[in-house]
Ligand binder design. Sequence first.
Ligand code: AHR
Length: 499
Amino acid sequence: MRARVVLDRDYAIGEVDRRLFGGFAEHLGRHIYEGIYEPGHPLADEDGFRRDVIELVRGLGMTVMRYPGGNFVSGYNWEDGVGPRSERPRRLELAWRATEPNEFGANEFIQWCRKVGADPVIAVNLGTRGPEDARRLVEYCNHPSGTELSDWRRSHGFAEPHGVRLWCLGNEMDGPWQMGHKTATEYGRAACEAAKLMKWVDPEIELVACGSSGRFMPTFGAWEMEVLDHTFDHVEYLSIHTYLGNREDDSASFLAKPDAMDDFIEETVACCDAVAAKRRSAKRIMLSFDEWNVWYHSNDDPPHEPWSVAPHQLEDVYTAEDALCAGAMLISLLNHADRVKVACLAQVVNVIGAIMTEAGGPAWRQTIYHPFALASANAQGRALRAVVESPLYDCRERQGVPVLKLAAIDRGDGLTLLALNRDLAQPLDMTVDLRGFGPLAVGEWTVLRHDDLKATNTREYPDRVRPASHSGAAVDGAQLRATLPPASWSVIRLVCGIG
Ligand code: AHR
């Protein structure tokens, strides 16, 4: 099988925003407790954060981190999580039927973000609360001093304002599962008023309004237009979420599913631009893809003990094919770099996480850790508009799926290709015509694959699925040739200046 790609250095999609490599940490299951924060752990630092987890998160190269939910945020009182720990209340947490001890809150989250090198992104509760509480949280975090709330933060040990730049106006407010679920009109009004108050406190902040929880939502499309009719002048971003799974155990279909993410992005952009057109506005609303991942393994897990603290919930153990799917989702995001400016892998630790931990024990990389870390490290620069001629296949999911899914990033000092061969049995001979780059040579080729698509990384075998160096790619004149192994995801780094 053969595929041909044409790349021209002048044909760019747009600059890759570094915030495309974000994460999402929710008070859910063992994400915070036993994941990020475990004061009794032998590797805990002076703040009770697990050092092993900090190191692994740093390895992901995450640039932003969204918090505290997710569904959790729609019932959350942020005041419960600040101040002396001994005075913080324990609460029933209704989204996930657990008890929230509130030992970890906004200040701990921001401290942890600084340690992992990510900028905090905070979601406000527009479910059970509203604009006034959102305004108060912005004042608590970002106002320097001299008011009750800013001085409250200072009394909690944080003299300097946190300077949180990006805020989410609620979470998945279109979903009936959400506490305080709203119609598009109800949400649009609340989000507009919250946005005004929050920006009056701090005009430097940027805001994300809730788009649809998924393309499957019956309100998708109408929701976006109505919400933006109310919020267009007050927000910079609209959110979009996607989780994929292979419940049917049909790998060819599973690997085709990320292409629906491209459709979803393009349809959401069309809604944003239709609202702009109605207003004769040149403003472009950008997308925050602030939840994306594979999520299905844990769907049939037995229920946890209700109202326990940090129960095992949503602990998907990821396979090699899940890593290929996550890699494909990253390609979809990069190929929309002109409109998707923020994206968050949902989630980071234990809960549908890139990292798994054992209480009191080790932490290890799940299979999906690898494509994320590789993309974050190598996909910096300008995304190029690749012309791809690939063999096609049909599957239950969709017809005419290109076997090759590819993103190309002009790094300035060379070119990075992210390439997925979706054929489960055949290698794919790929040629890439390189126009306008000058002399290039193959720097490094890293391949993620496993003979067993169902292979997992576990406590005992944490490195069963991991990337490996690959050889055999060559640049001849202005053409790259590489044979992609079956069912594999590759990062090929070409370097400039070597003739
Ligand atoms: O990430 C898990 C959950 O998925 C989030 O809480 C919610 O926003 C989404 O439905």
